[in-house]
Ligand binder design. Structure first.
Ligand SMILES: [Zn+2]
Length: 516
């Protein structure tokens, strides 16, 4: 456990600025510095920034100190994939979900914003309602859902938003999706969206005129998925009619679709990996045309990874890959509609492939695809796989899941974990070296972890607005115990201090990292 060992206020009034003064001192830390190593140092923090890493803390004057007792201190995690503001307006969601982020050692969340109208009309109100309501820092990716919004890209770019999302899964008969709510109005906003090949091309073309913009891609082919969903729904309804007929005669029917089949297996078959492969090939070809930077969100299957590797080998564009914690822990065997997500959970073999890709550097980042919904909303009208909502919460469990299943069970190096959860993410999205490392001048976004601490997951522990989690009841070993955002202690031992609401700031993008 970390323990604050008191303030030294009598000294602080006499302090003139010198290298041994600081606001916050973290003593005896095993500092995890991505690409450099794990080094034992004391961390001096002043004005929200890392001031110095020192060997000795003997002559340091500080206002407050924490003894890390040789625990690891990581760069605060960056979650590049968070949906909040869809089921409650952003001024509410930013408080609840950034609180949950702080519980999980996440110091920057990137919102996957969806609006249907022009961003010129929408973005300032969204930013206004977000300000003063976050515990931790936040950035924004803007979803481009129609041709009118393509014209907003330069405006967004000037506003510090350099990343744009394409939903290749939306179209055909599978096209309905909730937009983010308007601030201060608790009203769901469903829209029908059609993401055509022309729209994809137009977004890549326009964004590529801005240096180092990134296009995030949800890679599923909507034609393939929509057709299979329609087919299977029809087959199931016919089976049910036949079952009713035949049960009266006590005749066994042998149709392949039953209402009580594993719903997640059915969902995975309706959205097969081949639909991901089709979309990856298509967008890879277009991205090459414009030498774009593309970022595949939530990759969860071996087939998708293979397709991405193939596109990378051809070259001509930068390709980044994100996976999510749930694809590293859950397969269709979870057999519970709480696990409905797009793309779907897959097989145990896919889980194994993803862990290798995590270890060998094929995967660049981990994002949670956190969806701040509740179980009653999630379950849908009929509590079946068709009407259940896709997505579930995850921002608070990312780090414990990676510590438990990765560092503790699979010997994932702690340095690699830091690369995946902060360093690479900050470079790709233009926040480095402000974020994503622990070095002189960087924001003091830090998380102290206890790799031995075991806690049983409950929704209460995670403090999101969601009242469920797919990790409910699982005992995870390895938790963040202190979360520090720009020098301020936001969370300590599972307690988020309410007075820090509003500390979080909007982080626009600056320079970008381009892979060699
Ligand atoms: Zn998402």
């Amino acid at each position: 456990m970390s323990n604050s060992d008191g303030s030294n206020c009598s000294n602080s009034s006499n302090i003139t600025s010198n290298s041994n003064n600081c606001d916050l001192l973290i003593k005896n830390a095993n500092v995890v510095i991505p690409k450099i190593g794990v080094i034992k140092r004391n961390i001096l923090i002043e004005n929200g920034k890392i001031k110095e890493l020192t060997n000795s803390s003997d002559s340091v004057n500080y206002s407050k100190s924490i003894n890390a007792n040789d625990k690891y201190v990581l760069p605060g995690l960056i979650d590049p994939h968070v949906h909040y503001g869809v089921f409650s307006p952003i001024e509410v969601a930013s408080a609840t979900e950034s609180k949950s982020a702080a519980i999980g050692g996440v110091t920057t969340i990137m919102r996957m914003l969806r609006v249907y109208e022009s961003y010129k009309d929408k973005i300032s109100k969204q930013l206004e309602a977000s300000a003063k309501n976050h515990f931790v820092d936040y950035g924004i990716h803007a979803s481009i859902l129609n041709f009118d919004q393509v014209k907003d890209i330069s405006y967004l770019f000037q506003s510090g938003i350099h990343s744009f999302k394409l939903y290749m899964n939306l179209g055909s008969t599978d096209n309905r999706i909730l937009m983010d709510m308007d601030p201060y109005r608790n009203l769901h906003l469903p829209k029908n969206v059609y993401v055509s090949d022309e729209l994809c091309s137009s977004v890549l073309s326009e964004s590529s005129t801005f240096k180092n913009s990134v296009v995030l891609v949800h890679a599923e082919d909507h034609n393939t998925c929509a057709n299979l969903i329609e087919e299977k729904k029809l087959a199931m309804s016919k089976t049910e009619i036949r079952t009713l007929d035949t049960s009266a005669l006590n005749v066994k029917n042998n149709s392949s679709y039953h209402r009580n089949d594993n719903p997640l297996d059915l969902w995975s078959k309706c959205r097969p990996t081949k639909s991901e492969v089709i979309a990856i090939k298509k967008i890879g070809t277009t991205a090459r045309q414009f030498r774009s930077n593309i970022y595949f969100v939530h990759i969860g299957s071996n087939d998708a990874l293979d397709a991405i590797l193939y596109e990378r080998q051809i070259g001509g564009c930068n390709i980044y890959v994100e996976t999510c914690p749930h694809y590293l822990t859950h397969s269709v065997d979870f057999n519970n509609i709480r696990g409905k997500v797009v793309p779907p959970l897959r097989s145990k073999n896919d889980i194994a492939s993803l862990w290798s890709a995590i270890k060998n550097g094929i995967i660049d980042t981990i994002g949670t695809d956190h969806v701040a919904n509740t179980l009653s909303l999630k379950s849908g009208e009929n509590n079946d796989i068709w009407t259940a909502l896709a997505g579930f919460p995850g921002v608070a469990t990312m780090l414990p899941v990676l510590l438990h299943y990765g560092v503790n069970l699979r010997q994932l190096p702690i340095l690699r974990l830091a690369e995946l959860t902060s360093y690479n993410t900050s470079k790709i999205f233009g926040m480095f070296p402000k974020k994503g490392t622990i070095q002189k001048g960087s924001d003091a976004d830090l998380v102290i972890i206890d790799v031995d601490l075991v806690q049983k997951v409950t929704p209460d522990l995670l403090q999101s607005s969601s009242d469920y989690t797919i990790y409910d009841g699982i005992r995870l070993q390895g938790w963040p115990i202190t979360t520090i955002s720009r020098g301020k202690i936001i969370m300590e031992n599972g307690i988020v201090f309410p007075e820090n609401l509003g500390h979080g700031e909007f982080i626009g993008s600056n320079n970008h990292f381009v892979k060699g």
